[in-house]
Design a protein around this ligand. Sequence first.
Ligand SMILES: Cc1cc2nc3c(=O)[nH]c(=O)nc-3n(C[C@H](O)[C@H](O)[C@H](O)COP(=O)(O)OP(=O)(O)OC[C@H]3O[C@@H](n4cnc5c(N)ncnc54)[C@H](O)[C@@H]3O)c2cc1C
Length: 488
Amino acid sequence: METRFDAAVIGGGVVGCAIARELTKYKLKTGLFEKECDVAVGTSGRNSGVSHAGFYVPAGTFKAKLNIVGHELMPSLCKELGVPYIAVGKIVTAKEEDEREYLYKLKETGEKNGCKKLRIIDQKEIKRLEPNINGIEALHSPTTAILDPFLLTISLAENALRNGACIHLNTEVKRIEQSSDGFTLETNNGKYAAGILINSAGLYADKIAAMAGITGYEIHPCRGEYHLLDKNKRNLINGAVYPVPPKELGGLGIHLTPTTDGNIMLGPSAEYIPEPDDTANTSEVMDKLFKESYEFLPKITRKDIIKSFSGIRPKLITPGSKSPADFIIEESRKIPGFINLIGIESPGLTGAPAIAKKVAEMISKIRGGLVENPSFDPTEKPKIRFAELSNREKSELIKKDPDYGIVVCRCQSVTKKEVIDALNNPLCARSIYSVSKRCRATLGRCQGGFCLPKIIENLEEQHHPQTSDINYAGKGSELFTGKKEGIE
Ligand SMILES: Cc1cc2nc3c(=O)[nH]c(=O)nc-3n(C[C@H](O)[C@H](O)[C@H](O)COP(=O)(O)OP(=O)(O)OC[C@H]3O[C@@H](n4cnc5c(N)ncnc54)[C@H](O)[C@@H]3O)c2cc1C
C-alpha cells in the first residue's frame, strides 16, 4: 500500500519548505516532493537574497501583505534556524531630476503598506552611507536585509524533517489523480496518497495544476542574469544599492546587492524566455550588466567577476503588460483540498514565512482545525563557519576533531570537517551542489578548481558511490564516466 500523508507539498523551494516546516507545528503527517537532487535548486537558489521591506509591491495586494509580514517574521526565523541575516539597509538612488518623483511614490507606497523607517535622503547623506555611489536623492530603507537563501531553504527543510516531515528528493510528481479521500500522486519513485495537496512547484505550478485538471493558469518565465564579484570588492558598498528602474521591463533594475558570504551581486536583468529551465548566461546580457553596474560603481573591473548565473521569475503577466499580477494562493473551487500557489515571484523569498502561515490557516479551515504538535522544536544549530571563528575557538575545534585543521577550499577557508558535515546532511543530498551550498566550498575565486577533487575524495570516503554516479547537481550532470583501469 502507498504511503499516505495528511498534507503533501509539491516543490522544495523556499516556499514549499517553509510550508512543510509550518505544518510540522501541528499533528499532520506531512510529505514534500522535490524533483531535483536537493532543495533550493530552482528559483529559491537563484535570487538576490534580499528580505524586502515592502515598498515595491502595490498597496492593498496579497503580495504587499505577505511581504510585510514575511519581512517582520524573517529575523526571528533566521535566528531560530541559524541562518545568516544582516539588516544592511538599502538605498534607491535617483541620478537625474526626473527620477526624483519615483522615490516619493515608492515611499508613499511603502508607507501605505506599513514599511517602517523610510526616509528620503540628500546627496550628502548618500555619500555618508555609500561613499562610492553617486546620486542626487535617494530613498533609504534601513530595515532591508540580506540573507542566505540556500541556507534558509535547506534549514527549513532540515527542520521540517527533524519535526517529522518526510522529504523526498529526486522525486518528480508525474500524475495526480483524485481519490475518494484526497489524491494519489504518481512519481518516478512510486505512488503516494495525500488528503490535501499543496502545489508549490514554482515555474511548474501551472503544469502541476493542469495535472489535476485545473486549467487557466499560465506562467511566463522571465530570466534574470547576475554577475558575482570577488570578496575583495565587498567593501565598495555597505548595503544594497538600487537604481530607479527603467520603465519598459518592469522589475527593480540592475542593482548591487551584497551577499551574507561577502560578495557583491550585480543584476538581475529581465528577459522573457520560452523555457522555464533555461538558466543560461548570454554574452549580450552579461556585457550589458557589467556596463550598467560600472556606471553605478566605477571602481569595478571585469576581472572582479568570479561567476555569472541566472534565476527565472515565474511571471503571471506577459511581456509589455502594464498591470502587475498578485500572488495566487487559493484552494481550487473545482477540486477541494487542492491548494495552488501560482506566480510566486519576488518578494516570494521574503514572503515565504507568511505564505506558510497562510497555507496552514487554509488547511486548518479545510480540516476544521489543527492540533498542535507539542514536540515541535523550531531550532536548528547554525552551521559552523570555521573561517569566521577566533583563533582560540579554532584551536579548540581542531583539538576536538583534527579534520578542522585541514583546509579543503582555500578561497573560502573551508575545512575537511565542514565538507564532511555537509556530505552527511540529514536530507541525504549527495551532489557537489549540495556540499557547496551548505559549507561554501567551491564558491570562491577559483570556483572549485582546487577543492573539487578533494570534495570528491571525501564523498568517496564517506559514501562509496559508483564513480559514474558522482554528479554536480543530480542526474544529467555526472562528472565521470567511470574509473580508469589501474587507477585506484
Ligand atoms: C532574479 C530573481 C531575483 C529575486 N530576488 C528576490 C529577492 O531578493 N527577494 C525576494 O523576496 N524574492 C526574490 N525573488 C523571488 C524568489 O526567489 C521566489 O519568489 C521564491 O524563490 C519562490 O520560491 P518557490 O518555492 O515558490 O519556487 P522554487 O524555488 O522554484 O521551487 C519550486 C520547486 O518545485 C520543484 N518542482 C517543480 N515541478 C515539480 C514536480 N513535478 N515534482 C516535484 N517537484 C517539482 C522545482 O524543482 C523547484 O525546486 C527573486 C527571483 C528571481 C528570479
